[in-house]
Design a protein around this ligand. Structure first.
Ligand code: G4P
Length: 529
């Protein structure tokens, strides 16, 4: 197949949701439709179960599973679908943010009873900032939940989206009769008995047909007619361009567990979802159709076996063809590298591949050369943008608990930070190291991994800070900036890239500091230029 055909058939996306909305179930059903797995239950959930916070074996087990489910690929109607897994647990939100830099679109799963939840809001905000095309899937229609119109309102208001339903439920919970597929003009009837069969739906372009009353009952038919009339009146007509620009979000209803509404979603997705998109680098916009290889590392996963400290770096291919054993430039190091066993992902397996194309993810074995955000090219000096660090919300000093192992501690910390487990800051005043994380769970993971993979021990000391802000002076030479640095000396540190950050103990401090030093801008993410 020609390069451009390969590119056109790829759809790379992520599924995001608040934990328990049904992300794992939906992923699994999509794989079932793609014929990539034979039975439900084959994809292991990689979520950290409630109550498992201190169970390190559980964390380790989850890490193993999440390598396997990091990328799940399958073929559907000749399209190559790559699903990038995003951890649902909020303590790993930063991982999810980074994965979102490698997707071309997303599907947001919402629980019909719970509506829009906190984690969904955060993640959708990141997608909106980048204008990522979004499809919404409202799940668990077999249960009692909120009214469909109320939910659509909630999605618009809380997520700031402009929605248009492409399917609509007939009843819900106990009375759930099925779904009218607006996109395909088909009616799908729900029956709990044949959960695992894939319902094709019956063509039903004329809703006034009395056949509808016969199938779903007069009342339900009447309600559906009225509701659809309202849908057509109130919501904008679906427009693919608007969807692709992130200005309009189609909504589907269904029940992933019951295999219901999933095929409609997938059929529409393969038709409308974007092919691999161009990506901005610091130097220029890189088009996916360019024939020279470019790609970037968005995730690094440590090996499960502590004796082999190699890691798997996940590279999203932006342009060109990635070839096994071809020399590529690791731009940050300025070194050429060859990869003799690049991994491609297929369903829940990984295998060595000769060639990969834009939209694909390759897993490269790494002995410590890669950091998140690194770019590979055929020689051009390019650096992809868009993997910012976000301000952590928890901070602790890290102390060495075993003076004989300070080198190991140092090395372990650097490598774990390169993997993106947490962020390390070095205080300007005394050189003390501070680890910043999104959730408390990471501290336990770090301590455990330092000990088991690097033979180093550490203790923590709490640092009661609210956030870090990246410091951006309008003029580094002006008096105001000098004064800022003098007065705030105790609260200044460098991040791992050497950028200056300011530790603020409250939102009020940030506000006060900003008004006292208006020419020194404070940002919550590391990428602000
Ligand atoms: P997540 O990855 O978003 O965290 O959610 P997951 O798919 O694990 O689903 C969370 C729970 O919701 C699971 O039940 C799952 O079976 C259930 N679920 C998913 N889709 C539907 C649906 O369409 N209808 C109904 N009624 N339930 C659904 P669990 O009991 O927590 O887990 P499990 O023991 O079944 O794995």
């Amino acid at each position: 197949m020609e390069f451009l055909d390969e590119l056109q058939r790829r759809r790379t996306f992520g599924i995001i949701s608040h934990p328990d909305a049904g992300k794992t179930t939906l992923t699994e059903k999509l794989l079932l439709f793609g014929g990539a797995i034979q039975e439900a239950g084959a994809v292991k959930s990689n979520k950290i179960k409630k109550g498992a916070t201190s169970d390190f074996m559980e964390i380790e087990r989850q890490r193993g599973i999440s390598v396997a489910t990091s990328v799940l690929a399958f073929i559907y109607k000749d399209k190559k679908i790559n699903i990038l897994d995003t951890p649902g647990h909020k303590d790993f939100a930063e991982d999810t943010f980074r994965t979102l830099t490698a997707v071309d679109s997303v599907i947001v799963v919402i629980d019909v009873a719970k509506g829009v939840e906190a984690q969904t809001e955060k993640l959708v905000e990141v997608c909106r900032m980048r204008n990522i095309p979004i499809i919404v899937f409202i799940n668990k229609l077999d249960r009692e939940g909120k009214d469909a119109f109320d939910l659509l309102d909630e999605v618009e208001q809380k997520l700031g989206l402009k929605v248009t339903p492409l399917s609509f439920p007939i009843g819900m919970g106990y009375d759930f009769k099925g779904i009218y597929n607006i996109w395909g003009k088909k009616l799908n009837l729900f029956s709990e008995e044949n959960k695992q069969t894939i319902s094709e739906g019956v063509e039903f372009s004329d809703l006034d047909d009395p056949e509808l009353d016969r199938i779903v009952g007069e009342d339900a038919a009447e309600t559906l007619r009225e509701e659809l009339e309202l849908v057509y009146e109130v919501y904008p007509k679906f427009d693919k361009e608007e969807y692709l620009n992130g200005a309009l979000q189609p909504v589907f209803f269904g029940s992933a567990l019951n295999n219901f509404g999933v095929k409609e979603l997938l059929d529409c997705f393969t038709e409308i979802a974007p092919t691999p998109q161009p990506k901005m680098s610091e130097e220029r916009l890189v088009d996916s159709k360019e024939d020279k290889l470019t790609g970037f590392v968005f995730k690094i996963h440590a090996n499960m076996d502590p004796k082999h400290r190699d890691r798997l770096a996940f590279v999203k291919i932006v342009s060109g063809t990635f070839k096994r054993n071809a020399p590529y430039l690791h731009v940050r190091n300025g070194k050429k590298m060859k990869f003799s066993s690049p991994n491609a992902f297929f369903a829940e397996k990984k295998e060595i591949v000769e060639e990969s194309f834009p939209g694909d993810i390759v897993g490269l074995h790494d002995t410590g050369n890669f950091k998140i955000g690194d770019t590979l090219t055929e020689g051009e000096n390019l650096n992809f943008k868009g993997i910012p660090s976000f301000s952590p919300e928890h901070f602790r000093y890290v102390n060495n608990a075993d003076p004989m192992k300070s080198k190991q501690l140092q090395k372990g910390l650097v490598q774990l930070m390169d993997e993106g487990v947490a962020q390390l800051f070095t205080l300007e005043m005394n050189g003390r190291k501070v680890i910043g994380t999104v959730g408390a769970l990471q501290y336990e993971v770090i301590q455990y991994r330092l000990e088991h993979e690097y033979g180093a021990k550490c203790t923590y000391e709490n640092l009661p800070m609210h956030k870090v802000c990246w410091v951006d002076p309008e003029d580094p030479k002006n008096e105001e900036y000098k004064d800022f640095k003098r007065t705030k000396q105790r609260y200044l540190a460098k991040d791992k890239q050497g950028q200056l950050v300011f530790f603020a103990d409250s939102a009020f401090t940030i506000q006060m500091t900003q008004s006292k030093y208006p020419s020194v801008k404070l940002h919550f993410t590391s990428e602000f230029k």
